[in-house]
Design a protein around this ligand. Sequence first.
Ligand code: PLP
Length: 402
Amino acid sequence: MTERFTGSFTQQEPIPEAGIDAALAVLRHGRLHRYNTAAGEISETALLEQEFAATVGSRYCLAVASGGYAMTTALRALGVKPGDRVLSNAFTLAPVPGAIAAVGAEPVFVGVTEDLTIDLDDLAAKAGRAEVLLLSHMRGHICDMDALMALCNAVGIRVIEDCAHTMGAAWNGVPSGRFGAVGCYSCQTYKHVNSGEGGFLVTDDADLAARAVMLSGSYMLYERHLAAPPREAFEQIRYETPNISGRMDNLRAAILRPQVADLAAQCARWNDRYRRLEAGLRDTPGMRLTHRPQAETIVGSSIQFLLLDWAPEDVRAVIARCAARGVELKWFGAAEPVGFTSRYDSWRYAPASSMPASDRILAGVVDMRVPLTFSLEDCDLIARIIRAEVSAVYQGQTAAAE
Ligand SMILES: *Cc1c(COP(=O)(O)O)cnc(C)c1O
């Protein structure tokens, strides 16, 4: 009998009861705007920022409307202006080059390695072209951050980390988002905490934090924050920083606080699932699993493998055969952007010179989400299905080539 998987790849877990209760309390008192507080009250948003800062060990934290907003705010706070160039990953998702375009700047794409991290040699080669790197830890893959920071520090490049897929992850014990000048996170439904939409920006730099608070639309009420710098930091910049509203609200903050408190436990559950899938897929003929270095503390909320140098029709056959058995894979390398685009040449508003070594890798990237609603047995079953279908197509392919 052919096994089939019948679960959903897009179904996340419900909001924890504590979050539902807290959300109802906010709805009942009606003070949803973060600066709308009763006498002596501290807003859910201010508390959330304080708690998230403590979680990642940052001095400052600002909660905002989305991960994309966190990135544009970080770019603006760092002084990126229209016409500037910003280095970024060729392998990422649309909100990343979109954030660069939103401030009128132009991305300079940096290549990808077979382990799906930024190519440090290509970064070194392009380092002279921009003063800021928007580094995307795409699909949770963290490059050698010590080497990256040494390179960027040596040439004066400031780093913004896009941690949409690495909330809870670390490199050599240092949380993702704590290497660069600013770390940005997303609280969108498909990320590691879920408030529908939302984001965080963290930094240790008082000037950047103050600018970000002003940019987000603080109406000069920055003293109601618990994880913002003291008023001195605002003295000058309050006159020169525009209000580009993108605040977090108390309803979302109420939903998020128990999830932030639970983050480490949830990450461990993701990793249990990831390791089961990885074990089930290991040594599948024709497939290359990405290597996860010892220094990397992962959050396995998705898994990727490479079908390197496969003909496009064979990759398509694997995707179709798995889909027929209920396993939803995404081919990030498809020439036409569908759903989630992740090829730098799909973003035609940004000029891109060709990168053959990266193109070869991107053409073979297959991705699968791992929602926590999957059981460990589900993961075993999914791995068996993928293994069987990749092997079947690979053997057909090999036979045809002989
Ligand atoms: C989701 C995501 C973001 C942030 O997205 P929002 O939807 O704006 O919260 C940033 N980078 C990557 C790689 C993402 O997948």
